[in-house]
Design a protein around this ligand. Structure first.
Ligand SMILES: [Zn+2]
Length: 307
């Protein structure tokens, strides 16, 4: 592949080179952001093509990706580049309007096929440690003795819907709760969801906690206890959470890719659609929400991020 066209075909007034087409163009950014890792290449401030490619092959140097997920990430990366090139060419030749909205799903489908193919190869060669690679992108059970609460905020025009799901070391759902909030800033909403999760944990008398969400900045700020990473509107919730940590024996803040935070994500969307708030019973939820509960989770707590 080589890019020779002068100006970006997507009309963003940038000159077109490989870095722009595959990583930094608005079209590319949308698709990378929709990946399970919610990647923002622009935040890495890489400036030559080799650095971008190096990162695709060695993501753990720069991106919070678990060592075990490196291969899946490479599948994603390769498929992503292939689709971005297709989109660029359909736009350039004006064959049809680019299918940007559909692309994240197409990529996921293709990657799953690749993983399944690897799985088939692996089971053919009787190597079980490779065959469960596909579940590595799913929710992970907490370490023994801990309760993990996943949270998610779905934004609406007049506020947001927060969902929290608590599960134990066996992956058993202990509690599902949704809340309506007036908060209209995503970062504040994510923090509010964690504050609510903490409050529910106190009500239940749980003492060893993992609070997990897919909002990277929020988790990083909480983990590092660094309020400079968050915006001023988040300050009071941040302080509140920091104060509440002492009411538990152990508190960990953990980041997971969106795909592994699926149940909280689905419940939050469902509660926003049907305007259901309060405690929720698993049996009320449509199967599309709950299949992630039944789905086998990864065998042990393996953190997604090493902060
Ligand atoms: Zn562009």
């Amino acid at each position: 592949m080589s890019v020779t066209h002068n100006e970006c075909v997507h009309g963003c007034n940038y000159s077109e080179d490989e870095i722009h087409v595959f990583f930094l163009c608005e079209v590319a950014r949308q698709i990378w952001l929709a990946s399970p890792w919610g990647l923002r290449w622009e935040a890495l401030r890489l400036n030559d093509l080799m650095s971008f490619l190096h990162c695709l092959f060695n993501p753990t140097d720069l991106i919070p990706i678990h060592e075990d997920d490196k291969e899946t990430f490479l599948f994603f990366g390769a498929t992503m580049l292939e689709y971005l090139w297709k989109i660029r060419n359909t736009s350039y030749h004006a064959i049809e309007s680019p299918y940007v909205q559909l692309t994240p799903d197409l990529i996921r489908k293709k990657v799953n096929e690749m993983i399944d193919a690897t799985k088939r190869d692996a089971s053919a060669s009787h190597s079980p440690e490779v065959s469960d690679r596909h579940i590595r992108l799913s929710w992970r059970k907490p370490t023994a003795g801990f309760i993990k609460v996943n949270s998610y905020a779905t934004m609406r025009s007049n506020g947001c819907f927060l969902a929290i799901i608590a599960r134990n070391e066996e992956g058993k759902v202990l509690s599902i709760h949704s809340f309506k909030s007036k908060v209209s800033i995503p970062e504040v909403a994510e923090l509010e969801a964690i504050a609510k999760a903490m409050h529910r944990a106190q009500v239940h008398g749980w003492t060893k906690m993992i609070f997990e969400t897919d909002a990277q900045t929020v988790i990083k700020a909480l983990h590092m206890k660094d309020r400079s990473l968050i915006q001023w509107a988040s300050e009071s919730l941040f302080s509140n959470i920091m104060l509440n940590i002492s009411s538990f024996q152990i508190v960990k803040f953990s980041w997971a890719p969106r795909i592994a935070n699926n149940l909280a994500h689905n419940v939050s969307k469902w509660s926003a659609t049907y305007y259901v708030v309060g405690p929720i019973d698993l049996i009320w939820l449509p199967s599309v929400c709950t299949e992630t509960v039944i789905q086998k989770s990864a065998p042990e707590e393996a953190p997604w991020i090493q902060l």
